[in-house]
Design a protein around this ligand. Sequence first.
Ligand code: ADP
Ligand code: MG
Ligand code: MG
Length: 920
Amino acid sequence: MATQSKKQEKHVYFFGGGKADGNESMKNLLGGKGANLAEMAGHPDLKLPVPPGFTITTEVCTYYYQHKKTYPKTLNSQIKDSVKQIEKLMGKKFGNVKDPLLLSVRSGARRSMPGMMDTVLNIGLNDETVKGLIKVTGDERFAYDAYRRLVMMYADVVIEKAGGLEPAKGIGIRRIMDEKLSELKKEKGVELDTEIEAKDLKKLVKEFKALTKKYLKQEFPENPWDQLMGGVGAVFASWNGKRAIEYRKIERIPEEWGTAVNVQAMVFGNMGDSSCTGVAFTRNPGNGDNHFYGEYLVNAQGEDVVAGIRTPAPINNASKNDHSKKLITLEKLMPAQYKELDEFQKRLESHYKDMQDIEFTIEKGKLYMLQCRVGKRNGVAAVKMATDMYKEKLITADEAIMRVGPNQLVELLLPMFDHMEELKNKPIAKGLPAGPGAAVGRLVFESSDAVEWASRGEKVILVREETSPEDVDGMHKAQAIITSKGGMTSHAALVARGWGKCCIVGCSEIEIREHEKLLITKEGKKFHEGDWVSLNGTSGLMYEGVLELIATDLNKNKSYRSLMKLVDKTKVLGVRTNADNPKDALQAAYFGAEGIGLFRTEHMFYGEGSEKPLFLLRKMIMSDTLEERKSALDELFKFVKKDIKATLEVMDGKPVTIRLLDPPLHEFVPHDKEKLMALSKELGVSMSILNRRILALHENNPMLGHRGVRLGVSYPEITEMQVRAILEAAGELIKDGKHAMPEIMVPVTMGKHELQHQKVIVDRVYLEVLKKLKLKKIAYLYGTMIEIPRAALKADSMAEVADFFSFGTNDLTQMSFGFSRDDIGGFLPQYLDLKLLPDDPFVTIDQSGVGELIKIGVERGRKTKPQLEVGICGEHGGDAESVKFCHRLGMNYVSCSPYRVPIARLAAAQAAIEDKTATF
Ligand code: ADP
Ligand code: MG
Ligand code: MG
């Protein structure tokens, strides 16, 4: 930072009248909304009609919290100057009783936090100025409509929420006022807000003020400047409100960022039938289609569209859905304004080179732009937009790759219902398809219930009339969300879309009694808390009971295929999979796996078809003498060979890393009596002798016990049998003209001597197999897993013996931290809450600790053997951040579970691009 200059004291950035102090690149200082308002208003390519206003910087927010909630000294005068500038452009004066300027106060952090911060509209109205407004507009109804909205928003946002007042019985002032409004409508026999007459709205303003006094013990401020500064303070205060904090936690938005405040001249979408307000996207955020897409409401203001008070109408035919198809489009209703809006949206998209989410208002036929930002989209849409925009030459291949979040790809793998199966069931309700995919779960009616049930491991579906920011925690925990109100741009829809969650909104056919925890369908069928339902978020259909979920056929998605082509051209890091059988291996190959990084031999002793080999293994374990053990191993051999051969065969031409037996032997000891008796009979020993042998296998710390290479040292014949099985399987395939590429991996090593000890066996068996199969050569690698910290430190000498290293990051993390991966649940949540740890180290590699060991391991290993092949296996291989870390360390590959392979490939490509663009 330069020295303290005059410039740094600028707290307020103006925009309007074709100019702006700020621009899009200043998001950190002006927040996303402020920066984009400046860009829209001031950039020569855009110069869009944005109502004039100014942005108070995020630095003021920081100052506010560092100085006991006070402002920098010069802020006040800067605000006053800026309001004057607005007044000049608008030809109205703030607080003037003849022709009052009204303002909105809008929050805006760096990244959009939908619904997190509340906006206050119509600031500047009071009992005097409202008269002026009536005079200039000649519209009493409009003026009082604006006024009652101000009183409600002010009481709710500024006095109650920002003031930290706890509403009695959890019923906030907004709800009390809403009920008053409903009462009034009932009394007057009208259905819509827009049908309430001026004199009734006028009465409502009085009543709202009285309610404010009664419940919040504060007066609504009549002075416009008090209103303005109250609004500004409320935005800053809301940064540390409960719901903002919750959302930040989920989205990992740092607390230090702070929020900016935008103050802007009001324009009115509620000035009758030639006025409206709307929300639109330059492309369809639900499926990525390149159609302008949006909704609007005639004679409405502010958040009416999002709040789902009335069903919004589609802006054009491409935006119609089942609920809105009969409503008149904006294109038809106001063709000239629609054309202008369409032109603006095209300008915005080509300027920003990305899909934009737009807010607009038309006041008596005049179009204003109120907001634009990069639009949220689900995974399917993200992939389609990225590849389409690349084809349209709007963005480069690298940009297309960077556009898709690795975790968004998960959504393309989202389960769906089997179509035929679905047809057999009759839907119990139909709503709007706001978030694709399918979900099955048990009904809960409260966000807090969703959180609680989910913590017990229950799969839940959250059902609400509508959702609000208070519900985000429960929404996050639910499998899916369904609401009876709201449209495709409602809160529920926006939030679900951001998370790629299955979601149905506006399902008006169902009646939801939240307090009774009861859902009633059109046909009168009742559903209670805990009842199972199935949702299809792609079609908007809801079913009773549990429908079976099936995986989707990813490679049928053309956009995905084009994206992955770009990905494979770009990435340097290889991606393998962890698979123990031909089926998983094929699945992974389908997802683009370039080999197997971890094949666990012991899997064959679990699950289907494992009975016989498991029995033989037990026999081997319970053997007392070498002869007994050898004969058991001989029998076991053919099973192991067959098993390995099947996987080597399907991975023809691709490397397969086969890990020798890893778990402590006692894990395989049977517990039920029948099995023990059979074993004692087979071995010809009494039950008491058998029991004694079992007791001898018992260990206090089995994870640190007799396992991995230690078994091979104690029982070299076990290693020998496995190595022979691997090499014979490979040799036989080679004789069949196949190209088997086995890599023999020794687990849980801590130094070179263990590796040498086992290598003697491997070398001997190799020669024997060559002789037996009459082959000259079987290509294979001999290497080890690095999962003990000592092994990472001794990598230089270990590389003398090993052809490859594979970092077993699960165990390496466990042993580096001294955290048992099976018991970490007892304290990890607290550690994360207290920020003693930034992440669960078993999910994301602890780069600065465990990562340092890995780095040392790679460096020292390669120093001895530059060609050393290095990879990782373990859960981290499918975590995007960890994949990027592996790329930076120059590993050859990562290995992850089959369903994470596409994610790892994308992350690998992104890492390569980030490498290129890293500046020095
Ligand atoms: P959010 O961050 O929730 O999107 P906004 O600040 O965008 O909140 O405000 C919500 C809505 O209020 C906007 O979509 C817009 O319709 C309305 N609004 C905000 N400022 C103005 C204004 N100056 N004139 C008219 N409407 C406004
Ligand atoms: Mg809002
Ligand atoms: Mg907005």
